[in-house]
Design a protein. Structure first.
Ligand code: AMP
Length: 523
């Protein structure tokens, strides 16, 4: 089924329901939204002669027009290529050219620098700014009566991975993938309802935008903050105004919201649900979040290759404080979502016994069709019908999956595996530590040794001796860091994920410096 039918159905059922808001201001109801999408779809076919299956890039800050463009493209049978607005024009250029996009929609703040860079894009017919006359003209015609026929395996969304190593890869997500993701939202994540408001504080090119789908399916409201991004004060003000607000947030955003709410005794009653995921949420942090904001959280674990849909840790699990394994559970990523099977395997793909750590593999209708124009990477990642996630984890006998780390982040020291996350969880409980990231450094004697990069809490001193003692009290000696580096901030990518590659590069550079000094001493 074409995803555009989700919008068509909601508009038929409740055309006068409010649909899109910028801040507090309503811009359209569902009847208007569907007419704009269907008209845009018609213009894409007529004016640009785009044929089903062609790709259309969106290089846009969060904007109310994102929704009509997504659905307009699907209406015409096209595939969308949303690009993270924080990317450099050169990175956006790579994605537009790799996907052979025929057209790109932009917001001027990031579209103008892209156009000014004048990078060659031979296949691109036009770059259309959404506040231009050209865009308005596309919406001035007649709507296309019904969405183009699309099969379950047709491409809907080409999702470029964050690419912390090498070029980003284009994950091919089909209409079936995203429809299944949508249905899993209702079963495993939250009960979206027409009275809810989806708030877009995280980039709509990724998780937040994907979760527009369940909210369109139930005819809910869609709110783009005027800041177009993340601002804790604005979020709470909008939540108080709109009520029943749901949003997707990366763990760093949750942390900032919670700090803000705690510092100002903020009224958080307008927030219905914060779905968090995309990176590790430490036990300490989620406990604090629950104590400040109450039962408003749900965790999901997914990756572009199985979008938003591998496991979920429900509101009920997060609130089951009396459960004997409560702390273990809130440190996990929950249980397999309804439409997928999850296993933990050894290097040869054999299922490991419960409790043992191995690679997490996933099978189900949310799993991508493959990587765009990259057969080798597809064959490496999709094997025997299973998606090899590259994440290491273990399952318990209640089905809860605990993630350790990406397989490439595991530290092997003296032949033993050390999972950085475990060391990070311990150090975060130290009173002087605000943030921490643990990586391995090559070592002639041990193979690798553990190094912790630590950001101290404001006004506190992160003393290596005290952190070392703290680790000895909580984890095996061999897991404790051999070195602590206190830094002002951790390097993070556009999604707030710590860039361990960058930390490794720093260690590498420091080692090179040391080896050129006569005594080669560690700093
Ligand atoms: P991306 O494809 O950019 O969304 O990144 C997906 C990766 O983020 C996953 O493979 C995990 O390594 C990590 N990730 C996603 N969700 C979670 C979560 N809830 N907890 C820990 N790591 C996560």
């Amino acid at each position: 089924m074409n995803l555009a039918n989700l919008l068509a159905r909601s508009a038929t059922m409740a055309g006068r329901s409010p649909a899109v808001f910028l801040g507090k201001q309503q811009l359209s109801d569902y009847a208007t939204l569907v007419r704009r999408a269907a008209t845009l779809g018609h213009a894409l076919q007529q004016r640009y002669r785009l044929a089903p299956g062609e790709r259309v890039g969106l290089f846009m800050s969060n904007d109310p027009a994102v929704l009509e463009i997504l659905f307009g493209c699907w209406w015409a049978g096209l595939a969308v290529v949303p690009i993270n607005p924080k990317l450099h024009p050169r990175e956006a250029h790579y994605i537009l050219s790799h996907s052979a996009a025929s057209l790109a929609f932009v917001t001027r703040d990031i579209g103008d620098p892209l156009a000014a860079a004048q990078l060659p894009l031979p296949g691109l017919l036009d770059i259309v700014a959404v506040d231009s006359d050209a865009y308005a003209a596309l919406l001035g015609g007649e709507p296309l009566a019904k969405p183009a026929d699309r099969g379950p395996h047709d491409l809907a969304w080409l999702f470029y991975t964050s690419g912390t190593t090498g070029n980003p890869k284009g994950v091919m997500l089909t209409h079936r993938n995203l429809l299944t993701m949508t249905l899993c939202y209702f079963v495993d994540v939250d009960s979206a309802r027409a009275q809810d408001a989806a708030l877009y504080a995280a980039p709509m090119s990724h998780g937040a935008g994907l979760y527009a789908l369940p909210h369109v399916a139930v005819g809910a409201r869609h709110v783009v903050p005027e800041s177009r991004g993340f601002d804790a004060a604005e979020i709470f003000a909008l939540a108080r105004h709109h009520r029943d607000v749901s949003m997707f947030a990366a763990p760093t955003m949750v942390r900032r919201m919670v700090e803000h709410a705690a510092a100002r005794s903020e009224d958080v009653s307008g927030v219905k649900t914060v779905v968090y995921g995309g990176g590790p949420m430490y036990v300490e942090d989620i406990q604090h979040a629950l104590s400040v904001m109450g039962p408003r959280f749900v965790q999901i674990y997914g990756q572009g290759e199985s979008p938003m849909t591998i496991t979920a840790l429900s509101r009920a699990h997060l609130m089951d404080l009396a459960h004997p394994r409560y702390l273990e559970r809130i440190g996990s990523v929950g249980v397999a979502q309804t439409a997928v099977e999850v296993r933990v395997t050894d290097a040869d793909g054999r299922t490991l016994p419960l409790g043992e750590t191995g690679e997490v593999v996933v099978r189900g209708d949310t799993v991508m069709a493959g990587y765009w124009l990259d057969e080798a990477a597809t064959a490496h990642t999709l094997r025997d019908g299973w998606l090899f996630t590259g994440d290491m984890g273990s399952l318990d006998d209640d089905g809860f999956l605990t993630l350790r780390d990406r397989s490439k982040d595991v530290i092997i020291s003296g032949g033993s595996n050390i999972y950085p996350r475990e060391v990070e969880e311990v150090l975060l409980r130290h009173p002087a530590v605000a943030e921490v990231s643990v990586i391995g450094r090559k070592d002639p004697e041990w193979g690798e040794v553990v190094v912790a990069f630590v950001v101290a809490r404001e006004g506190a001193t992160a003393d290596p001796g005290s952190m070392d003692e703290f680790c000895c009290q909580h984890i095996a000696r061999f897991k404790r860091p051999k070195e602590y580096r206190v830094v002002g901030a951790l390097p993070k990518n556009h999604y707030g994920k710590v860039l361990k590659t960058e930390l490794r590069a720093r260690l590498h550079a420091a080692a090179a410096d040391d080896s050129s000094t006569p005594d080669g001493k560690q700093k």
